[in-house]
Design a binder for this molecule. Structure first.
Ligand SMILES: [Zn+2]
Length: 291
């Protein structure tokens, strides 16, 4: 049975575990705070790999940031990781096979391989978290684009110059509305300067009208974005993952989007995996390559 050490590298934490070819975790997922320097991250990766090298057939890395098409290095560093992280030489971690993939792509591959999109050939997996990420599967292949950055969910969903996106600088971008950051902005707009997305979700349960308005605005823009995604990619399924996915009213959103698209209806589903999808997806991509 092939098994690999899988890392998930994010701005606040790094998680790792050993995963087999069925996507099963062979030991507990260890989580540590992300070191503040690029050198600190490399040191952590090196030490961890060294300690487990005899037990594994390779190293899979799911990371924030765009990754080149060879799966060897990062081509852009997201703002929440230290400067110089893009210089990380992942291939030098071990003489065994190493594969690096973007975290949204990795999570998408996990859902496509053994999760909510299993059995489909065309799927879009949207990660609704602080930002919005996407793993796009076209005819059974991960869509990477020429530079590995395909699936950036930055396109306008409004024309009112209402909000600037912190990711791309455009006005009224999908990410600035449909992310957790977007719901936080709605919370401030409808419920007061101190309010957050937590207040929206709590207020919803209590029947608060302002919370309902803040949530509906978030979900309406999610609907607009899903219409675009469905029209462009014509997927069998769109899977929603990330911290915001559990709040979506799936029946309502699915009905509205499917009623307004030009393609055949698709299925809208919640992700099968929560936090560890990135590690699973990167591990399965590497194991497929090893075999
Ligand atoms: Zn944007």
């Amino acid at each position: 049975m092939t098994k690999v050490l899988a890392f998930d590298i994010g701005g606040t934490k790094i998680a790792y575990s050993i995963i087999d070819e069925n996507g099963c975790f062979l030991n507990e997922v260890i989580k540590v705070s992300t070191p503040k320097s690029a050198a600190g991250i490399v040191e952590l990766l090196k030490t961890t790999v060294k300690g487990l090298e005899d037990e594994i057939d390779g190293v899979a890395v799911s990371t924030a940031g765009a990754v080149n098409n060879a799966g060897t290095r990062i081509t852009s560093v997201p703002g929440n990781l230290p400067e110089g992280y893009n210089q990380t030489d992942f291939m030098a971690l071990t003489t065994k096979p190493v594969l690096v993939e973007n975290d949204a792509n990795s999570a998408g591959w996990a859902e496509f391989s053994i999760g909510a999109a299993k059995g489909c050939r065309n799927a879009v997996i949207l990660t609704l978290g602080t930002g919005v990420g996407a793993g796009i599967i076209v005819d059974g292949h991960l869509l990477k684009g020429k530079s590995g950055a395909a699936g950036e969910m930055h396109f306008p969903v409004d024309s009112g110059h209402k909000r600037v996106c912190s990711g791309c600088g455009m006005f009224d971008c999908f990410e600035s509305f449909a992310s957790g950051t977007g719901l936080n902005a709605n919370a401030r707009e409808y419920m007061g300067a101190e309010a957050t997305s937590y207040d929206v979700i709590r207020g919803l349960k209590e029947g608060d009208h302002q919370a309902r308005a803040a949530f509906d605005k978030w979900q309406d823009y999610l609907i607009k974005g899903l219409i675009m995604v469905a029209n462009v990619f014509d997927p069998e399924v769109i899977v929603l993952s990330g911290s915001m996915a559990k709040f979506v009213e799936y029946d309502k959103v699915s009905r509205e989007v499917n009623g307004r698209i030009l393609t055949q209806p698709f299925e809208l589903k919640e992700a099968a995996f929560e936090n560890n999808a990135g590690m699973i997806g990167a591990a399965l991509l590497l194991i497929a390559r090893i075999k």
